[in-house]
Design a protein around this ligand. Structure first.
Ligand code: NAD
Ligand code: MG
Length: 396
């Protein structure tokens, strides 16, 4: 698919932006960059799940027209916290969609999980430019999203560091000359751990990523390498390549963020420090570039960059994601939903670390891949997979 067209206003005219999930790791990094360039941006809306204090603080600093808290029980707290500011306040799922629907030129989709699907789709359907961090949206509803993006002339700007790297080095005028893309993976905190040792790891160990500072869910996904599996499916939808042309390569230093390999033997890569403010800045300023306060790459100080093939036995999530992508239809929706539940189960002590991939595999086996024709179809399969995964997570 065509990932991006050129319809954004240049940065000199303030770009009107909305940040969905402004209180998370990606959201806070986005807010940080916006605050460093106050004349370049106007804020339409900010949204969060439950963290009223941080959302209210961000809203007071940035002055959006609307602040939305997804958890309706916190509406009163947010209203009180923003009293007298003139900032509109709303709560609940419909309000999230309304926030995405408001006339911002640029929307950061940084909600975690399939919860981001409905608001992201609302932004797509009004033809906005969407900086996509929320990879689960493309995994659970990829074909639908791609069709709606084309239908409404929306623009997707990949924020995931690997996809942003590919976006930067993909020669769109020579797409037929692309042989394959290579997604790099840090290997996560358990890169060298045996399966036996993995059986006993705790949530704290899983969330302590060696290179990146991220939210809890994606940190656990990195530890199981399901994150790379989700990114494989994300890359398929973003760049239109079939599964065999997407390779995964473990690169513990997280300096080479991904690569594109061409038929003449050339390999183009994007490098940088592992700091999400680089890909976010690229998306915020696109098609221009803006300064980002990230550390500069000092290759002499780093000395060595290493690469290794991923181990399919210790990281079965990679195989499951490849299988789901090949099966197509509802299989990636099932994979994503079961994984979200199994990761929550691990974080809250209901199931162990190795059970995550086991639960995903059992749910994939139990729910045959079917065609998905609408958002309703996606949501129905998503619910079915979650309910089965919940039973398995509780030992059922
Ligand atoms: P996070 O947990 O730090 O933040 C998630 C944000 O979404 C928060 O603002 C939270 O309030 C909001 N949210 C959570 N559940 C919600 C719900 N049910 N309804 C509405 N809002 C909800 O997560 P993160 O690390 O910032 O990741 C966000 C997305 O970006 C994920 O899809 C992740 O895979 C992707 N991503 C993150 C990174 C990273 O470095 N953190 C890198 C690449 C991609
Ligand atoms: Mg990534």
């Amino acid at each position: 698919m065509e990932v991006a067209s050129t319809q954004l206003r240049p940065l000199e005219a303030p770009r009107r932006v909305t940040v969905l999930g402004s209180t998370g790791s990606i959201g806070c990094n986005t807010v940080d960059l916006i605050e460093r360039n106050p004349e370049a941006f106007e804020i339409e809306a900010l949204t969060a799940h439950q963290n009223v204090a941080l959302l209210a603080d961000q809203a007071r600093r940035l002055g959006p027209r609307l602040a939305v808290i997804a958890d309706e029980s916190r509406y009163g707290d947010l209203k009180e916290a923003l009293a007298g500011t003139g900032i509109g306040v709303a709560a609940g799922q419909d309000a999230l969609v309304e926030a995405a629907d408001r006339p911002a030129d640029w929307v950061m989709a940084a909600i975690v999980g399939a919860a981001g699907l409905a608001p992201t789709l609302a932004a797509v359907r009004r033809g906005a430019s969407i900086a996509l961090a929320n990879k689960e949206t493309l995994v659970c509803a990829g074909a639908l999203m791609v069709a709606e993006i084309a239908r409404h002339g929306a623009t997707l700007l990949p924020v995931d560091s690997e996809h942003n790297a590919i976006f930067q080095v993909l020669e769109t005028r020579h797409l037929e000359a692309v042989e394959r893309i290579v997604l790099t993976a840090s290997g996560g905190p358990f890169r060298d751990l045996s399966r036996k040792a993995m059986a006993g790891v705790t949530p704290d160990q899983a969330v302590a990523h060696p290179n990146w500072d991220m939210g809890a869910k994606i940190s656990v996904d990195s530890a199981t390498m399901m994150n790379k599996g989700l990114e494989l499916i994300e890359a398929h939808h973003l760049f239109g390549l079939p599964e065999p042309q997407i390779e995964i390569l473990v690169h513990p230093q997280s300096v080479v963020h991904s690569m594109v390999s061409y038929i003449d033997g050339s390999v183009l890569a994007q490098l940088g420090q592992p700091d999400m403010r680089t890909p976010i800045a690229y998306a915020l300023a696109w098609p221009a570039r803006m300064a980002a306060p990230v550390g500069r790459l000092d290759l002499a100080a780093i000395g060595q960059l290493t690469f290794e093939a991923p181990d399919p036995d210790r990281f079965p999530a990679l195989r499951l994601a490849r299988q789901a992508l090949c099966a197509g239809g509802s299989a990636p929706t099932v994979l994503n939903a079961a994984n979200e539940i199994a990761v929550q189960g691990f974080l809250s002590g209901r199931n162990g670390f190795l059970n995550i991939a086991e639960i995903v595999e059992r749910v994939l086996e139990a729910i045959p891949a079917a065609a998905l024709n609408s958002l309703d179809d996606v949501q129905q399969v998503d619910r079915e997979a979650r309910s089965l995964a919940c039973r398995l997570s509780n030992g059922g």
